[in-house]
Design a protein around this ligand. Structure first.
Ligand SMILES: NC(=O)c1ccc[n+]([C@@H]2O[C@H](COP(=O)([O-])OP(=O)(O)OC[C@H]3O[C@@H](n4cnc5c(N)ncnc54)[C@H](O)[C@@H]3O)[C@@H](O)[C@H]2O)c1
Ligand SMILES: O=C(O)C(=O)C[C@@H](O)[C@H](O)[C@H](O)COP(=O)(O)O
Ligand SMILES: [Zn+2]
Length: 377
């Protein structure tokens, strides 16, 4: 019973009031490994744990995770709550069911929610942990690339409303993030590409050099080369850890992580969160949103059109959509944007590009400019 070799995993620290560690490597959730059980056991405080997962992930990985939890703490009262997979399920109703599962378990204030899944599971389970008895621990075990590079880190938790994305939520940092890169082998291709959109986002807003690295490693990433994926995940966690440490509650700098999301969230809500056959998933909507935001940047005299062209080309190389889907109306999207969490009394605020690797928040953007960009495509 040995764990992965110590040099095969990496760690990223998130500092601040509630510090935690992100551990990244192959095989970290493999059952029967004493080190894996010990690592999980170290972050469980109480006697109760609820594993929250979805209908695709639970059959693949929940037994293994529960075996590790039992090995770590034989007396643990453990139960599992499995939600149907998909963005359409990130609702207040499912959130209520998750709280019912905590009640049925008899979870006390030192209990732990173990979120095993993608961003939908992580956001909903994290929000349940934030609210149960006003806050219990949540350990994030991300299983999509998107969750590994973004949603499992930083403590934003939420559910959607029909009115808009993530409108009900809380900031609640995880107690730990354990990222087993081996689970990416079962991730559908479309989901891998969606995760790459958020990876590109970090380069677009923070680091032109990283954009170059992504272009150079595009084939390797799409082929799921372990080394390239581990490098990309670690780099993205470093970017996010830095921002979340400095601005955990999004009073300023953290808003840059919302690049592409004002457009993207409006698209997702308008399409009913995946209800339609051609609906975009989150990473895809963000890819389209980033291109539209780069066009808006150019219209407002910031980044050059060629910066936007290069960003679009990189996203296309990753097989991502970069133009507005058919059938969406500019006025309806703009109405959605008025409920964006960055909007304020002065109107819409957008994350815009100054150029490759440099972004800023721009307040009071005229709706006529947004309309012009939407109508151009
Ligand atoms: N909290 C944050 O900071 C943050 C950041 C980015 C995105 N998000 C949120 O994350 C959500 C999107 O997350 P996502 O892209 O992970 O989607 P998701 O959670 O819906 O997962 C995508 C699909 O892949 C399946 N799946 C997950 N892991 C798998 C695996 N290893 N093998 C096989 N199938 C697997 C899931 O069952 C699902 O069908 C959105 O709701 C978005 O708003 C939150
Ligand atoms: O962590 C953040 O901050 C982000 O904005 C990351 C985004 O990728 C993520 O989709 C987030 O959930 C969006 O936040 P919201 O505040 O616009 O709901
Ligand atoms: Zn996102």
């Amino acid at each position: 019973m040995t764990g992965p070799h110590p040099h095969t995993y990496r760690q990223v620290e998130v500092a601040g009031d509630q510090p935690y560690t992100i551990t990244i490597g192959p095989g970290l959730l493999a059952a029967g490994h004493a080190d894996n059980a010990r690592r999980l056991g170290q972050v469980l405080r109480g006697r109760h744990a609820l594993v929250v997962s979805d209908s695709n992930v639970a059959p693949l990985y929940a037994d293994g995770v529960e075996a590790l939890l039992r090995a770590a703490k034989p007396q643990l009262a453990l139960s599992r709550w499995v939600m149907p997979a998909g963005e359409q399920e990130k609702t207040l109703a499912r959130f209520g069911e998750c709280l019912d599962a905590l009640a049925a378990l008899g979870a006390t204030r030192d209990a732990t929610v173990v979120a095993l899944g993608g961003g939908v599971v992580g956001d909903l389970a994290g929000f349940a942990a934030a609210c149960w008895m006003r806050g219990i621990d949540c350990v994030q075990l991300p299983t999509t690339l998107l969750a590994m590079v973004d949603s499992a880190v930083g403590g934003k938790t939420a559910v959607d409303l029909p009115h808009g994305k993530n409108l009900v939520g809380a900031f609640h940092p995880p107690r730990a993030v354990i990222t087993d890169t081996t689970v990416l082998r079962t991730l559908p291709d479309r989901e891998l590409r969606a995760g790459l959109a958020e990876v590109v986002k970090y380069g677009a807003i923070f680091d032109a050099h990283f954009l170059g690295w992504l272009a150079a490693h595009a084939e390797a990433l799409l082929a799921r080369d372990d080394t390239a994926l581990a490098e990309a995940i670690t780099r993205c966690c470093e970017f996010k850890a830095d921002v979340a440490t400095r601005d955990p509650y999004e009073h300023g700098h953290r808003a840059l992580l919302n690049f592409g999301h004002t457009f993207g969230h409006a698209i997702e809500a308008e399409q009913g969160y995946g209800a339609g056959r051609d609906a975009l998933i989150h990473g895809e909507a963000v890819a389209v949103g980033m291109v539209l935001a780069s066009r808006l940047s150019t219209l407002l005299g910031l980044a050059s059109a060629s910066d936007g062209d290069r960003l679009q080309a990189l996203l296309q190389r990753f097989g991502l959509p970069t133009t507005l889907p058919e059938g969406l109306e500019a006025g309806a999207l703009i109405a959605r944007m008025r409920l964006d969490k960055k909007a304020d009394a002065h109107g819409l605020r957008f994350v815009l590009l100054d150029g490759a690797g440099a972004a800023r928040v721009v307040a009071g953007v005229a709706e006529s400019s947004v309309r012009a960009v939407l109508e151009a495509g």
